[in-house]
Design a protein around this ligand. Structure first.
Ligand SMILES: C[S@@+](CC[C@H](N)C(=O)[O-])C[C@H]1O[C@@H](n2cnc3c(N)ncnc32)[C@H](O)[C@@H]1O
Ligand code: SF4
Ligand code: SF4
Length: 372
């Protein structure tokens, strides 16, 4: 988030002051990590975020999406199906702390009981976010707004033609109608759009920012492209025996991105959004040199030299499996208590590994380092 978006932040907090608690939790987790990591002997405080992959079903097949390009269960689409709500309820009952729940997939709005899942998490006092491709948004808008969801993020990969080229025919028109319906509701979640930067849209960032302003959403996020090269996987597999990485066919074409145009676009957005009411985030927030390194030298760590995902995040997959990284399973909610899994031998080994290496070879462009 740009510090200059103070009016947007004030608006966000007026709408939902509980974001202060989320910021507090994030800062305190960061502090604990800084002070104690490496000395905790595999121990961790309770998780800060739950990533609930409530379904692996998706109606689209986006080119940049790692799930759409893998055939590994738990790291792919359309193999497992929808999460049984009982798995989710049990997990939430058992999990310690007060983690934020991030609903994702696949396409989470395809889950037939998605509103029951949100309701359950809200009744437990959890802050909830959901990220969607927007295809089903118009139909579900009213229900979503009544669900007390805290933040809705709609993936928009550019203006109409660009978005449809990346995500498929009509997907822009459908999400636009959905956004309008959400904005019309008397009570609604904080509404962001999120763009995954790629070779197809790196020159469309300012245009997408203007579109977001025209729509009147509360914020826009730019995700620097997540990727994984064969070299990263080979390095991982030769450096650790704990789990093996997969050669996910990730067709990201990072070399085709003109870095100057991309960096200029982000700089213009920083300038024109100064003092504005719309929040702008870049994940991660990079300077020009870091942008160059991010796209041209994917194996080089940028911005962060360590990863915190073993201490802050628990990923619950549609079948109830807990997988801290890629397809590596450390527990199953159908058989074990969530708290036991969080403190299990597998999780402890994972934290030891991250402590020893700081970062694994596959971490440098992973979404979980970008959303640190
Ligand atoms: C995997 S999708 C799941 C939720 C939903 N299906 C959607 O598209 O919003 C979550 C987010 O990941 C983003 N994403 C997918 N692949 C990416 C990549 N290689 N780099 C950056 N963001 C990516 C999507 O744009 C989307 O905003
Ligand atoms: S809609 Fe989301 S989950 Fe589906 S392929 Fe696209 S990015 Fe991946
Ligand atoms: S940041 Fe690294 S350890 Fe965490 S999920 Fe990504 S690749 Fe795995």
């Amino acid at each position: 988030m740009y510090l200059s978006n103070f009016r947007g932040v004030a608006k966000l907090l007026r709408r939902n002051p509980r974001w202060i608690r989320v910021a507090y939790d994030n800062l305190s987790h960061q502090l604990i990590y800084k002070i104690s990591s490496g000395k905790m002997n595999g121990w961790s405080h309770p998780p800060e975020v739950i990533n609930a992959f409530v379904t692996d079903i998706c109606n689209l097949g986006c080119r940049e999406c790692h799930y759409a390009n893998s055939d590994k269960p738990g790291f792919s689409l359309n193999l497992v199906g929808h999460m049984d709500p009982r798995i989710f309820y049990r997990f939430l009952d058992e999990i310690p702390g007060r983690p934020l729940v991030s609903f994702t997939g696949g396409e989470p709005l395809i889950h037939p009981q998605i509103f029951d899942l949100i309701k359950y998490a809200k009744n437990k006092g959890r802050m909830c976010t959901l990220v969607t491709n927007g295809w089903f948004l118009e139909d579900k808008a009213e229900h979503l707004c009544k669900s007390n969801l805290d933040l809705l993020s709609v993936s928009v990969d550019g203006p109409r033609l660009t978005h449809n080229e990346i995500r498929g025919k009509n997907s822009f028109e459908r999400l636009e109608k959905g956004l309008q319906k959400i904005l019309e509701q008397p009570k609604r979640p904080t509404l962001f759009i999120s763009l995954a930067i790629s070779d197809k849209n790196y020159d469309q960032l300012v245009a997408t920012y203007q579109l977001a302003k025209k729509w009147g959403v509360d914020g826009i996020n730019f995700n620097h492209l997540w990727m994984q090269t064969d070299e990263m996987v080979e390095d991982l597999n030769s450096s650790t025996a704990l789990f093996a990485g997969d050669h996910v066919g990730w067709s990201v074409n990072n070399d085709d991105i003109d870095i100057e145009i991309l960096a200029d676009g982000l700089e213009i957005i920083r300038e024109i959004s100064w003092g504005g009411k719309m929040i702008v985030t870049e994940l991660p927030l990079l300077n020009r040199q870091e942008i160059y390194d991010w796209y041209r030298e994917p194996t080089k760590p940028v911005k962060h030299q360590t990863v915190r995902c073993g201490w802050i995040r628990m990923k619950l997959w549609a079948d109830g499996k807990i997988k801290p990284c890629r397809d590596w399973e450390v527990g199953d909610i159908n058989k074990e208590h969530a708290n036991e899994i969080w403190y299990s031998q597998g999780y402890q080994q994972f934290r030891h590994l991250l402590n020893e290496q700081g970062m694994l070879p596959i971490c440098s462009r992973c979404c979980f380092i970008a959303h640190r």
